[in-house]
Design a binder for this molecule. Structure first.
Ligand code: COA
Length: 176
């Protein structure tokens, strides 16, 4: 059985009475993750989708928890196979499925902690690139990804249900 100690990745103070713990997600955390997702992002997913990501890529499915045990952020990735540029072979890409931090906990470095730790975890799947989509108007998230040296590879037109375009951002895994 996995203990909380083994799941725990990092803890840091965001104020004098508030410690944030970054740790791997468990089945018991999924309701809290879904609550953050539904509050903070228009893109919602069914329960089984979260469960399948947790079953398949548990090392890179991380949560941020406050001192009272409330989940205030999460990140999840999956690995996708796609043709290489020369189309002669398939390569693995680590796809950032979703990241969100509760509004009242933002700008305290929580997303950076989630991203840094999960990128190292998903890299173990021998990925060639990290990839993600982000709304072209989501300036805060774009800035975050640019800090990690993600670059805009192309624009995906009408990517979101409401018609907004997405930037497809990529980073060669060797660079992180
Ligand atoms: C994007 C998001 C995850 C960032 O979370 P966060 O915990 O506030 O981010 P951090 O405090 O770790 O900040 C990391 C970097 O992101 C950028 N950033 C985040 N919020 C910002 C803001 N309000 N203004 C400017 N830059 C911002 C900065 O580059 C920042 O680095 P810096 O502090 O060195 O300047 C959060 O705003 C969020 O949950 N948004 C809603 C969900 C979402 O858009 N998810 C991304 C979908 S692709």
């Amino acid at each position: 059985m996995t203990t909380n100690k083994e799941l725990n990745i990092d803890s840091f103070d965001v104020s004098k009475d508030q410690e944030i713990t970054i740790r791997r997600c468990t089945l018991e955390d999924l309701d809290g993750v879904i609550e953050v997702n539904e509050k903070e992002l228009p893109e919602d997913y069914p329960y089984f989708f979260y469960k399948s990501i947790l079953d398949n890529y548990p090392e890179s499915f991380l949560i941020a928890q406050n001192s009272s045990g409330k989940i205030v952020g999460y990140i999840m990735w999956r690995v996708e196979k796609s043709p290489s540029l020369d189309s002669l072979r398939y390569i693995n890409k680590g796809h950032l499925v979703s990241i969100a931090v509760s509004n009242e906990y933002r700008q305290q470095g929580i997303a950076k902690q989630l991203l840094s730790n999960s990128m190292l975890a998903i890299k173990k799947y021998k990925i060639h690139d990290y990839v993600l989509e982000v709304r072209v108007t989501n300036y805060n998230a774009i800035r975050l990804y640019e800090q990690y040296k993600f670059q805009i590879a192309n624009v995906k037109k009408n990517y979101y249900r409401d018609g907004e375009n997405a930037y497809y951002m990529t980073l060669n895994a060797k660079k992180y």
